[in-house]
Design a protein around this ligand. Structure first.
Ligand SMILES: NC(=O)c1ccc[n+]([C@@H]2O[C@H](COP(=O)([O-])OP(=O)(O)OC[C@H]3O[C@@H](n4cnc5c(N)ncnc54)[C@H](O)[C@@H]3O)[C@@H](O)[C@H]2O)c1
Length: 348
């Protein structure tokens, strides 16, 4: 089993990769455990849940609302949860975001940890302490930072993931490589078939390398004051595409990455040959989708939490494996969006 530690002023977190639920029993309290999960995960893995009160939500992004957070808090109160209770989020990114948020607000905060069950959450969502729910069409607008005490990633659980969810996870796997590690980018690309086929050894190794990248960034900037922003690569456009077209998070992020890479080329930051390499790799992995940017996208970006007084901190690429943060005005983004959508409509 591989271990990664994140020690930060906001709390310490231990990421366990390649273990099983048996490995965390000693890390959990004997009483007062609340397991937050979704109905799919409960059906598949309920028998592996440690003893505790189970609260299962509807699976999927539509559950990421304040209403669901409130419902969970009410159920916990009725079941006698107090400040000494412990929350174990058992599921994918949606469960982790919600369980983390409940843990940070219930009675002003209780201890929590995750068993991370999707490729996307193992490589990204369960690591780093960001929690959140959506405000209508605006993703993760309400949220907190709170580090889980530990995260268990049992790669064997990925065997039951639907193909579309494996692909989505590969989107965030690629993202970590594209912003920080050129070799990892080519290794993921070469292994796309094995990842889709669920090869646990290959997937486990790539998840470990990508998780180390995320942990390293979070350690240096746990509250996203600077460097951590690079983890948002592909997300400014990706979030809008995800909400507008209702497609899985990582697939939308992959689309957002190609658009951000194209913007990098337009602004003279990156060579066009690098963009071609990215497009080829994502196409080979089945992640190069043809979603246009919806109307009003620049206005939506101006209300994004990454935006401040008429401009936005945007993550661009200098090359594959090397990202930079630039401030771009909403007006310049609008010009790019017009160019991009015009070009896309001609390429049909
Ligand atoms: N907090 C962060 O740092 C962070 C980072 C990236 C993404 N996210 C968030 O994560 C969410 C996406 O996470 P996700 O892709 O894991 O989606 P998800 O949690 O909705 O899971 C996808 C689907 O897979 C099912 N599932 C989960 N584990 C399974 C398993 N082992 N076998 C079979 N089915 C399983 C779920 O029930 C669900 O239907 C988004 O809301 C995104 O905003 C958060």
């Amino acid at each position: 089993m591989n271990r990664i530690r994140i020690n930060s002023p906001g709390g310490n977190s231990l990421i366990l990769l390649g273990g099983t639920v048996d490995d965390i029993i000693n890390l959990l309290p004997q009483r007062g455990l609340f397991i937050i999960t979704d109905r799919n995960v409960e059906k598949l893995y309920g028998r592996q849940f440690p003893p505790g009160e189970v609260i299962a939500i509807e699976a999927g992004e539509k559950s990421k609302t304040l209403r669901v957070v409130e419902d969970i808090c009410r159920k916990m109160l009725e079941a006698g949860a107090d400040r000494s209770s412990f929350i174990l989020g058992f599921g994918g990114g949606v469960v982790c975001d919600i369980a983390g948020m409940v843990a940070s607000v219930y009675m002003r905060g209780v201890r929590h940890a995750f068993v991370s069950t999707t490729l996307l959450s193992q490589v990204d969502a369960s690591i780093g302490g960001k929690t959140g729910v959506n405000l209508g069409e605006y993703k993760n607008t309400i949220g907190t930072f709170r580090q889980p005490e530990f995260v268990l990633c049992d790669h064997a659980m990925l065997a039951t993931l639907p193909e579309a969810e494996v692909r989505s996870g590969m989107g965030e796997l690629f993202k970590h490589a594209v912003i920080r590690d050129r070799n990892l980018f080519f290794d993921i690309s070469a292994s796309a078939g094995q990842i889709m086929a669920g090869d646990p050894a290959v997937t486990g190794d790539l998840v470990f390398r990508a998780a180390k990248i995320k942990a390293g960034v979070v350690r240096r900037d746990p509250l996203e004051k600077g460097l951590r922003r690079i983890l948002n690569f592909g997300h400014t456009f990706g979030h809008i595409i995800e909400t507008h077209y209702g497609i899985p998070h990582g697939v939308a992020v992959a689309r957002g990455m190609t658009i951000a890479a194209e913007l990098s080329v337009r602004r003279g930051e990156m060579d066009n040959s690098e963009l071609r390499l990215l497009q080829e790799a994502l196409e080979k992995a089945g992640l190069l989708t043809g979603h246009r940017l919806p109307e009003g996208v620049a206005g939506m970006i101006s209300r994004d939490k990454k935006s401040e007084s008429g401009s936005v901190n945007f993550v661009l690429l200098r090359s594959l494996g090397r990202s930079v943060i630039r401030r771009i005005s909403i007006t310049d983004l609008q010009t790019f969006v017009n160019y991009y959508n015009e070009k896309e409509s001609h390429s049909k």
